[in-house]
Design a binder for this molecule. Structure first.
Ligand code: NAG
Ligand code: NAG
Ligand code: NAG
Ligand code: NAG
Ligand code: NAG
Ligand code: NAG
Ligand code: NAG
Length: 450
């Protein structure tokens, strides 16, 4: 959806009038971030009459809400600290979606939720723990909720196919159940790394190592010199031997920052080397004219709603990496500052004047809009304000210690076979939806090959 050149020119003038981003000045950063957040919350259902708390408007899925809340927690920590109204909005939204069993598998999302969706919510609530957001209830802390996500995901580890790994889907009826994907496994790795550091518990390091080694055995990443290239996944039918080699920024993000948490916690130099190898590929691939770009689909304008949001998680992960491995700050500095400046100047569109665009190298707003554009702009801006003073908390540095290593394990949701009372019509609907998404991904990749 591109507007005409004349409109773009008008937007360009608006930009120079209203967006001044000085990344060295926190007030300036927060001013830019706050207008982006304002645009983002236009999509929030929870403020609307009869809307569901914790959800964003269609066509955005449940997982997008988890993605959004993670960034909003950071926005709170950097720009709204002490604003009880804002904190309450975060707590209500995130806790409302915890589901009946407090494991982020709400039964009414069982036609859409995969391991990756649950894991992205896990990132948000772990962020809440690490940023000292007030606890949601006396029985549940953010850290115990994260453990429930971790435990239920980890229990789905499937040795029966491809030598291990998580499948994409949790539920048998969703298509993609026969696919093992990198992002689901990456999120298990990522959450394990964060829990290890937060709780000072080596057992989680062992899980992270198991995932990392399996990813290698199955060929989901490839190592060549200083490069570590991460691919999308494979079907279990032929024992995961036919790897889909598409590259997505958020997969790089969750593995990279997972390595950074592990390095920061264990001080084992191997994790730092791995982090640097991932950065080497990431910042040379996810880039266009020096600005961060979802390179697998953006140049051909083929990114779907999901893909248009990936840079938000990617940016969040890059930001925290610069804190956990301080020497990566310099390596990532130009990439992050240029991208943030490009993103900020793109946030000048739409009828509200705070709508962000997709192409950050474009002067002004490029006419593309959505929740993904808002989230990505917000997080790349915030990735630049991280310092050692904003290092994620751990119990040792004062984080809440109400952990529960058994959380989630008493429920049935961690099995792959939980039967819910849904009609076959619903099942068919879910299948068609996933098929459409797959068709778009595959269509996109075929187009790229041509
Ligand atoms: C606190 O957050 C609310 C939104 O939840 C916002 O309306 C208000 O302006 C914020 N207060 C300050 C002082 O920024
Ligand atoms: C789904 O379930 C949650 C509770 O887990 C509830 O708050 C929400 O209203 C339900 N509906 C939707 C559309 O999320
Ligand atoms: C399936 O793949 C896994 C991981 O690469 C490997 O360890 C296992 O030996 C393979 N099994 C068969 C039957 O080829
Ligand atoms: C871990 O992160 C903290 C906070 O940024 C930093 O001061 C410390 O040097 C890091 N540890 C290592 C081993 O790099
Ligand atoms: C976390 O927040 C509480 C108030 O809710 C405060 O008392 C405590 O000092 C904070 N801890 C850290 C480490 O910032
Ligand atoms: C957990 O934190 C509370 C409050 O900060 C403290 O009183 C308690 O001793 C801690 N428990 C453990 C096991 O560290
Ligand atoms: C460490 O975590 C594991 C896995 O959740 C748990 O079984 C174990 O009890 C924990 N160890 C400690 C000392 O808390």
């Amino acid at each position: 959806m591109k507007y005409s050149g004349i409109l773009s020119t008008i937007w360009l003038i608006t930009v120079s009038l209203c967006v001044e981003l000085d990344l060295d000045d926190l007030d300036s950063v927060c001013e830019a971030a706050s207008s982006v957040v304002w645009g983002e919350l236009n999509y929030y259902e929870g403020f609307k009459y009869g809307g569901t708390v914790g959800m964003f408007s269609t066509p955005y899925y449940w997982w997008h809400a988890g993605e959004a809340f993670g960034g909003l927690v950071d926005y709170y920590a950097f720009c709204q600290k002490g604003n009880d109204t804002f904190e309450k909005f975060l707590i209500d939204g995130m806790f409302h979606q915890a589901g009946e069993d407090y494991n982020y598998i709400p039964s009414n999302q069982s036609l859409t939720e995969g391991n990756d969706d649950q894991g992205v919510w896990g990132m948000a609530i772990m962020e809440a723990a690490e940023r000292n957001i007030s606890q949601p209830s006396k029985d549940h802390s953010w850290i115990s909720l994260t453990q429930a996500v971790y435990n239920t995901m980890n229990a789905r580890w499937d040795d029966a196919h491809c030598g291990g790994g998580l499948r994409w889907q949790i539920f048998t009826w969703n298509s993609g159940y026969d696919y093992k994907n990198t992002i689901s496994n990456g999120l298990l790795f990522h959450l394990a790394a964060r829990l290890a550091r937060y709780l000072d518990n080596e057992t989680y390091v062992e899980t992270a190592e198991r995932v990392w080694n399996w990813m290698h055995d199955v060929g989901f990443y490839n190592r060549d010199g200083d490069d570590l290239t991460i691919f999308d996944g494979a079907k279990i039918g032929d024992n995961c031997s036919d790897v889909t080699t598409l590259k997505w920024s958020y997969s790089y993000g969750v593995f990279l920052s997972g390595c950074a948490y592990l390095y920061n916690y264990t001080e084992d130099a191997t994790w730092k080397e791995r982090a640097l190898e991932i950065i080497h590929v990431a910042q040379n691939y996810f880039v266009a004219s020096g600005y961060m770009s979802e390179a697998t689909c953006a140049p051909s304008n083929r990114c779907n709603n999901d893909q248009r949001s990936f840079r938000s998680l990617y940016s969040r992960c890059l930001g925290v990496t610069t804190v956990l491995i301080p020497e990566t700050k310099e390596v990532l500095n130009d990439y992050l500052t240029k991208s943030a400046e490009g993103a900020a100047q793109s946030c000048s569109g739409g009828s509200d004047g705070v709508t962000c665009g997709e192409d950050w190298s474009y002067s002004g707003w490029d006419g593309v809009y959505g929740l993904g554009e808002q989230m990505s702009a917000l997080e790349v801006i915030l990735a630049n304000v991280q310092t050692e003073f904003s290092a994620p908390l751990s119990v040792q540095s004062g984080g809440n210690n109400a952990s529960d290593s058994e959380a989630g394990l008493n429920t049935q949701d961690h099995t792959n076979t939980k039967q819910l009372d849904i009609t076959s019509k619903d099942k068919a609907g879910a299948g068609v939806l996933t098929a459409v998404v797959l068709a778009i991904i595959l269509g996109g990749s075929i187009w790229m090959i041509l």
